[in-house]
Design a protein around this ligand. Structure first.
Ligand code: FE
Ligand code: FE
Ligand code: ZN
Length: 293
């Protein structure tokens, strides 16, 4: 069997928090997963319960989920490229808290959208992100790695090409705490044809360095190449297509990097919104697409 690290975004919520996240992942057949430490749209967060984390880690160990393959995603409201002072300050203070939480949870990677620059120039936006990350790292010392996500380029998003991410990494003082999360839907919509992972990863290596790649978001896209809209689609239902996605799943160079599905829930026969992940993971494992809708 080819080695495959596959999982999905799962919920993290009352009352069993991480224990339920692990159980949800296992119900999909995952061996890795991603959580938000609270609602992605706001900053309300609950204290992390050590006993809950301990039990969740026992459950992971029993089921061969390695904690180094569990990813945390920072909330969207963190915007380190914002020209507005209050937004920028909130982003920094919240990011500090979030890095603490990831450490308390016992995980290593925090995925972060670099930011939207609004009316700032690209250079100004990138400088704010660099200064923000350096400030945050000076205020909290731990081993959590911030993984800048490759973005679709919607609106004024920074990070929709490898050169912008490289510029940010170049400006970050502590390179051991910075990396990249590659989102297949986002890079496709930013204009990179991903049907040939070898070519894309060669470019990534030349521009950024493959040693900075720590996570992959595995999504199909509702839109054509270069659409810059950021609309995820279920695996095999979108414009990227099943065959290209499968190549990414089994490409040897990235076999040790967790691949996380962030595909949308679908409406099942009883008109309930249901997670697609179990079906998507089966079809990826069998390398054979089938229609679950
Ligand atoms: Fe994201
Ligand atoms: Fe993503
Ligand atoms: Zn997205």
């Amino acid at each position: 069997m080819d080695k495959l690290l596959i999982g999905s975004h799962v919920s993290y919520k009352a009352k069993n928090y991480l224990i339920d996240s692990v159980n949800e992942s296992l119900s999909y057949g995952s061996n890795c997963f991603m959580i938000y430490t609270g609602p992605p749209q706001n900053t309300l967060r609950k204290e992390i319960d050590k006993d809950n984390v301990k039990k969740a880690f026992e459950l992971m160990e029993k089921n061969n989920i390695d904690p180094k393959n569990v990813i945390v995603h920072a909330p969207y409201i963190i915007n380190l490229a914002s020209p507005k002072n209050d937004t920028y300050n909130l982003a920094k203070s919240f990011l500090i808290q979030e890095l603490k939480r990831v450490e308390q949870l016992g995980f290593k990677y925090l995925v972060l959208h670099p930011g939207s620059r609004l009316d700032l120039s690209l250079e100004e936006g990138i400088k704010k992100i660099i200064d923000g990350i350096n400030y945050v790292f000076s205020k909290i010392k731990n081993n959590v790695i911030i993984c800048l996500e490759t973005m679709a380029g919607k609106g004024s998003e920074i990070g929709s090409n490898f050169h912008e991410l490289k510029q940010i990494i170049d400006g970050v003082n502590d390179k051991s705490r910075i990396g990249v999360c590659l989102d297949t839907c986002h890079i496709w919509e930013s204009g990179i044809d991903i049907s040939n992972p070898e070519k894309v990863l060669k470019d990534f290596d030349k521009i950024i360095g493959l040693n900075y790649l720590y996570a992959i978001h595995l999504n199909d896209s509702k839109n054509e190449l270069g659409a810059k809209k950021d609309r995820h689609e279920n695996i095999g239902y979108g414009k990227i297509g099943f065959d290209s996605i499968i190549k990414w799943c089994y490409y040897d160079t990235i076999k040790d990097i967790p691949k996380i599905l962030e595909t949308p829930y679908y409406e099942d026969k009883n008109n309930n919104y249901a997670p697609p992940y179990k079906f998507e993971i089966i079809s990826i494992k069998e390398k054979k697409w089938y229609n679950f809708k």
